[in-house]
Design a binder for this molecule. Structure first.
Ligand code: NAD
Ligand code: TYD
Length: 350
């Protein structure tokens, strides 16, 4: 089986590529990534020379390039993760999210459709990796089910919702063999330090303020990234075509509680007196249209396909902080240059 994984140099994609390359020596894994600010081949150093792995640099928005790649490579399946993924950036530059997340996805669907039409036995599966943010925001009660109506609020979630709709439309209209999963917030190694957890790990290390939007009351449902990669493996191999699965860890936390826990953990790891890091917490202007609460009901995935998270939050956070402390060069690399400019711009106005 020759599988195209898009966005494999990013946070989640790198864990998916590693899992597939190591677990399935008989598969040929082709990682297609544009290497935007979020893509980093250092995330894959340990597997880059494996015989069943190849990297291709390219842009999913470039239809001619994508069509030629599919024609040459004759993929048997696609696992599509490439995206612009940060809500705050989508507020500043929505069009980039439309281009990559919507147009890029439709380009891949079109190329897959050509292969499938020519030979339905050759092209077996288009797996689209999506987010729970398409469902919108919850109040204090309830959870997102696979049947929850889409109600995206940010330009990021609107672009992901649109791409999900296109995937379903290609299944319904052209019988393209598709599967979708919608996952909650991930955390873990290789996470770019613009998202809440890695940003705060980075800032604690450097004694910089920890910017908490609003009052820190917003709730997210956190899943360790390797558990997401395991779920993708399970769904890719076992899901019935045309289905959707929610992925989540039944692990809801208010942002302020996540950051307090992180501060306490890092007081210990950095040998700082108890309470030192919490003094860095700084409440800043809220994000525009900030979704109050996300919570995933992943019962379908558990009952139908047998997947369960393997790492609890305290363990996962511990592993994550250790990874960042042991990979200072990685962090230094991704926070040099452009990052400083982005960071100053992002927080100077708050
Ligand atoms: P990321 O931003 O870390 O990585 C995205 C990758 O896509 C990068 O390697 C980037 O270089 C690549 N990319 C971006 N534009 C591209 C283009 N035009 N052509 C080719 N490659 C391009 O994102 P992530 O957090 O790893 O998310 C991966 C996928 O999972 C996304 O589709 C996202 O919507 C989804 N998702 C993320 C989360 C989360 O918590 N991070 C949760 C649920 C779903
Ligand atoms: P984030 O990691 O950006 O993920 P998402 O917006 O996709 O959920 O944000 C997680 C939560 O943390 C979200 O409620 C916004 C909040 N947040 C902050 O309070 N401060 C920050 O600096 C960032 C980046 C996020």
């Amino acid at each position: 089986m020759k599988i195209l994984i898009t966005g494999g140099a990013g946070f989640i994609g790198s864990h998916v590529v590693r899992l597939f390359v190591n677990t399935y020596p008989n598969y040929e894994i082709v990682n297609l990534d544009k290497l935007t600010y979020a893509g980093n081949l250092n995330n894959l150093k340990d597997i880059e020379n494996k015989a069943n792995y190849r990297f291709v640099k390219g842009d999913i928005v470039d239809a001619a390039f994508i069509n030629a790649l599919f024609e040459t490579e004759q993929f048997n399946a696609v696992i599509h993760l490439a995206a612009e993924s940060h809500v705050d950036r989508s507020i500043t530059n929505p069009l980039e999210f439309v281009m990559t997340n919507v147009i890029g996805t439709v380009n891949l669907l079109n190329a897959a459709r050509v292969l499938h039409k020519a030979n339905p036995d050759l092209f077996k599966r288009f797996y689209h990796v999506s987010t729970d943010e398409v469902y919108g925001a919850l109040g204090d009660e309830g959870m997102f089910l696979e049947t929850t109506a889409y109600d995206p609020h940010s330009p990021y979630s609107a672009s992901k919702a649109s791409s999900d709709h296109f995937v379903r439309a290609y299944y319904d209209t052209y019988k393209l063999p598709c599967v979708i999963s919608n996952c909650s917030n991930n955390y873990g190694p290789n996470h770019f330090p613009e998202k809440l957890i890695p940003l705060c790990i980075h800032n604690i290390q450097n004694n910089r303020p920890l910017p908490i939007y609003g009052k820190g009351e917003n709730v997210r449902d956190w899943l360790y990234v390797i558990d997401h990669a395991r779920a993708i493996d399970t769904i890719f191999h076992k899901a019935q075509l045309g289905t959707t699965y929610n992925i989540g860890g039944h692990n809801e936390w208010k942002n302020i509680d996540v950051i307090r826990l992180l501060c306490q953990l890092m007081d210990k790891k950095l040998n700082r007196p108890e309470g030192t890091n919490e003094k860095l917490i700084t409440f800043v202007t809220d994000r525009a249209g900030h979704d109050l609460r996300y919570a995933i009901d992943a019962t379908k995935l558990k009952e139908e396909l047998g997947w369960m998270p393997s790492v609890n939050f305290e363990e996962g956070l511990n592993l994550t902080v250790d990874w960042y402390l042991n990979n200072k060069a990685w962090l230094h690399n991704v926070t040099s240059g452009e990052y400083q400019h982005y960071y100053e711009q992002q927080y100077s106005s708050r």
